[in-house]
Design a binder for this molecule. Structure first.
Ligand code: 0X9
Ligand code: ZN
Length: 559
């Protein structure tokens, strides 16, 4: 995954082979075998192919050494190998000089993209002819463009006004685009105290299926509410929030022919807004901040680069980017008890911790059990995130340790950032041994786990109908070098008619505090007039699986 797409092509595969031999490493059989007969014409044009390589990394030191080369790791790794996107001779030379051997999984990624477009057209035709019947909840037959995502979110909100609310995240992207999502629940406009399941896509621009799966789940919930009892129950008891495109600038560029391998955002110069067209300039193609290294949790630690041209560039500071600040604000303003951030690829369900030197999380038992349950549906491998490789500053490095909401990274697909679209129904509904399960079932399990009070906390009691209740917690999140950054979690609900409230929340003590043996922390609960006048203040301490009663009698008297 890591490494800029450089769209110049300079060197044929044959030269790669020469380089490999020249440096004294054994030429892998797959490299020899993979050169097709028509390679000559490519060589004549002096082209350079973008390849997918399977690099042999039998030991942990090998994997560490490979990571340190700052190549574009394809986030697919097994016990003895790590897949790498290689951009021609400089990358191949780097690997060779470092003593690595490899086989070629795909010798022309751009050619594969052209083939994918042909396949998508054939798939759309087959669906139109009804020779393929299993279609996605929305009926889509090709990857969405950015405008399609935004139009679809808006039409769902319009079509289901009591169940779907369009949301715009607080900051625009660097190129001025708004970031949109949908809140989905019965009586979505009523502030209800329901627990929240947040699903997101496209932190990484080229990982197109991650946005598709996120929005298809929204269609599924809205279409099948009242039809499928599991979905009816989910919308009654929880709120599902989807944000299919977290990084619209990067995604928009990746959907422009010639830029498909764009991964990061459009930050060209630290702290500066890019000028129009700057992000697409060929000299800037390796620029950008990796949104999945820019969150504050352990920011600046292992598996995140300080180089502005690295695919894992962490940015000049934690939350330096609007894309990550948006998600921070969204999560801080809701009781997100379950979170899935969708990525591609490797068929993985990843839970914290994200770097190998970290201790197991204090929630390892429940965390693993939910990860395993979901992986049993989509057929992926459930594991700790660092078992793929070390990272810091990822979404859950912040969200899990700061809120306690169980957060997962899903890496969809076996071997491609964005395979032919005909794969997406298989990802969603499952295929082969997972037929009828797939990510649809995994997401339903995530939503059902969100509802399960054993997996979050409950604050309940009496108060005056119409009063605004507020739960607030202020603390600091520590980056890798010890900098303390202010964080505020703040959510509200309204006491319903009848004067009894039930609020499904995250635990009051942060996992990071539990892990560091730091004692207990509390929520501050206030009961207010709708004008904001505070009538009662309480301190609430509640653990995961716990319930606490707070009868707001002073507030009731004064209201
Ligand atoms: O590196 C990433 O950001 C994620 N993979 S991707 O290829 N989609 O970019 C994985 C991050 C998961 N966390 C850890 N591996 N610790
Ligand atoms: Zn990703």
């Amino acid at each position: 995954m890591f490494r800029p797409a450089r769209w110049t092509r300079l060197v044929p595969l044959a030269l790669a082979a020469v380089l490999a031999v020249g440096a004294g490493s054994q030429l892998p059989a797959a490299v020899q075998a993979s050169a097709p007969p028509d390679r000559k014409s490519v060589a004549e044009q002096n082209d350079e192919l973008i390849q997918l390589l399977r690099v042999n990394t039998p030991t942990q030191p090998d994997r560490k050494r490979l990571t340190s080369l700052d190549l574009d790791l394809a986030e697919s790794a097994g016990p003895t190998y790590t897949d790498v996107v290689a951009y021609g001779k400089s990358d191949l030379r780097l690997l060779t000089l470092a003593g690595f051997t490899w086989s070629v999984l795909e010798d022309d990624l751009e050619g594969a993209d052209r083939q994918r477009e042909k396949d998508d057209a054939a798939y759309a035709k087959a669906v139109r002819n009804k020779s393929i019947l299993a279609t996605l909840p929305s009926g889509r037959t090709s990857y969405r463009q950015l405008a399609d995502f935004n139009n679809d979110l808006a039409s769902l909100a319009q079509q289901y006004p009591t169940k779907a609310k369009l949301i715009t995240l607080k900051e625009k992207s660097l190129e001025g685009r708004s970031v949109q999502g949908l809140e989905i629940s019965h009586n979505v406009g009523v502030s209800s105290g329901k627990p929240v399941f947040l699903s997101m896509g496209l932190h990484h621009a080229r990982e197109w299926p991650s946005g598709e799966l996120t929005i298809e789940f929204a269609y599924d919930l809205l279409k099948n509410d009242g039809v499928d009892t599991r979905i009816t129950n989910i919308l009654e008891k929880s709120k599902v929030i989807v944000v299919p495109v977290v990084n619209p600038d990067g995604f928009n560029l990746s959907r422009t022919l010639g830029y498909e391998m764009k991964r990061k955002n459009c930050r060209i110069t630290n702290g500066q807004i890019p000028t129009a067209g700057q992000c697409a300039q060929s000299s800037n193609q390796s620029r950008g901040v990796d949104p999945n290294r820019n969150y504050s949790g352990f920011w600046g630690g292992p598996g995140a680069s300080t180089s502005t041209t690295s695919e894992t560039y962490r940015g000049p500071g934690a939350f330096s980017e609007p894309e990550t600040r948006n998600i921070q604000a969204l999560v801080s303003a809701h009781q997100v008890t379950t979170l899935i951030t969708n990525h591609t690829y490797s068929n993985l369900v990843l839970r914290e911790p994200g770097y190998a030197a970290a201790a197991n999380t204090p929630d390892e038992t429940v965390y693993k059990s939910l990860g395993d349950q979901m992986a049993a549906q989509n057929g992926y491998t459930s594991q700790k995130a660092y078992q793929l490789y070390d990272t810091t500053g990822t979404t859950e490095d912040w969200s899990y340790y700061a809120t306690g909401g169980l957060g997962f990274t899903f890496e969809h697909g076996a071997s491609s950032f964005h395979p032919a679209f005909s794969n997406i129904p298989n990802y969603y509904f499952g295929s082969g041994s997972t037929a009828g399960k797939g990510n649809r079932e995994a997401y339903l399990i995530a939503a059902e786990s969100t509802i399960n009070p054993a997996r979050h906390s409950v604050v309940t009691g009496t108060g005056p109908a119409g009063a605004v209740l507020r739960l607030k917690k202020s603390f600091t999140t520590k980056t890798w070098n010890g900098t303390l950054l202010p964080d505020v979690l703040e959510t509200t609900m309204t006491v319903p008619a009848g004067g009894t409230y039930t609020w499904h929340t995250n635990q009051s003590t942060r996992p990071i505090t539990i892990q560091n043996g730091g004692g207990t922390e509390s929520w501050t609960l206030t009961c207010e007039r709708p004008t904001g006048q505070v009538l009662e203040t309480r301190s609430v301490t509640v653990a995961r699986g716990g319930s606490v009663t707070a009868n707001l009698t002073a507030c009731s008297t004064a209201f």
